[in-house]
Design a protein around this ligand. Structure first.
Ligand code: ASP
Length: 315
């Protein structure tokens, strides 16, 4: 049996003009991605499950204010933060998701609690929050989640909408998502995704991240997927499930299915990308936007990370 393990992560995709990024900021993104990869790798190296590994990797990104999930999530049109998250395991298609929550320190833990401790798959809003409190999950105060940068991004977006001006800013400043997929040493797959959604979204809007088959999917028979990008398109094209279906029903390789679905989304206006892993531990990280914060790590424990179209870098 192949007892190797592997993990891939993303921290959002979009237009990321290199000229708008300082070398120091770029280094911070690479460091944040490496921290997440190492958190997931530590779990897998110790013989832990793919589910524990993707949870650890996503929690690391949620805790990092650079990424749009947990601390540092974007603001809605009403100036609030509403977060969505999901987890899924490939051996049994167990799944849990939350949407429109604000308070739980790590939304991915809320999604996991729904999966493991409720009879349901998806909880939203106040009911989800009550459930998280009953489960004893850690909550954080509003100032923990607030960042100046995301608040300014909301003000800029509201000003732009007021004059219907052209949208020239980096979309990386306006949305993003974090996610992880893993194959553990038993060959089981898992996926986790967490997001603040899109800057200036209408209150109550839910993106693709917590929608199974759109932004998150895991099935040992095909692959585990976490997506990032313009969520409405990923929902309408059932992006994550589409990749899995092409593998399962048409015999496509992971790479071919993932690349083609992302390219097709790009042609209809669905900018973004996804990370995918199959039962053999093969990884694909396609995106149709200018960049995608991303990384991968295998049994050797060496993190590989990238932002633009360049080959992944080693520290
Ligand atoms: N997919 C996320 C959403 O639509 C946003 C992103 O990944 O950039 O909520």
């Amino acid at each position: 049996m192949n007892d190797s393990f592997a993990l891939a992560i993303h921290g959002g995709a979009g237009t990321m003009r290199p000229e708008a990024m300082t070398p120091a900021a770029e280094a911070d993104y690479h460091a944040g991605l490496r921290d997440s990869l190492r958190a997931g790798h530590a779990v897998l190296r110790a013989g832990g499950t793919a589910l524990d590994a993707v949870t650890a990797a996503v929690m690391s990104l949620e805790d990092n204010p650079l990424f749009n999930a947990g601390r540092g999530a974007v603001f809605t049109h009403a100036g609030l933060q509403e977060m969505d998250a999901a987890v899924m395991t490939g051996q049994d298609r167990a799944a849990g998701a939350v949407a429109g929550i604000f308070g739980p320190r790590n939304p991915v833990q809320a999604a996991r609690a729904v999966m493991e401790h409720s009879e349901h798959v998806f909880l939203i809003g106040q009911g989800a929050l009550d459930f998280c409190r009953n489960q004893g999950l850690p909550f954080a105060p509003p100032d923990y989640f607030y960042t100046e940068r995301r608040w300014e991004a909301l003000q800029a977006e509201l000003a732009r909408q007021a004059v219907s001006g052209a949208d020239t800013r980096d979309d990386a400043a306006k949305h993003g998502t974090v996610g992880a997929v893993a194959r553990d040493c038993l060959g089981n797959l898992a996926a986790a995704t967490s997001t603040g959604g899109m800057t200036a979204k209408l209150p109550g809007r839910v993106g693709d991240s917590p929608v199974f088959g759109a932004g998150t999917w895991a099935d040992n028979a095909s692959c585990a997927i976490s997506a990032t990008g313009h969520g409405e398109f990923f929902i309408r094209w059932a992006a994550a499930h589409e990749v899995a279906a092409r593998m399962r029903l048409r015999g496509d390789t992971l790479e071919a299915a993932a690349e083609e679905v992302v390219a097709e989304l790009g042609r209809v206006g669905g900018s973004g990308g996804l990370i995918a892993i199959d039962a053999a531990g093969r990884i694909a990280l396609p995106f149709n936007s200018q960049g995608m914060y991303r990384g991968r790590i295998g049994t050797d424990g060496i993190p590989h990370t990238g932002i633009y179209r360049e080959a992944l870098q080693v520290e």
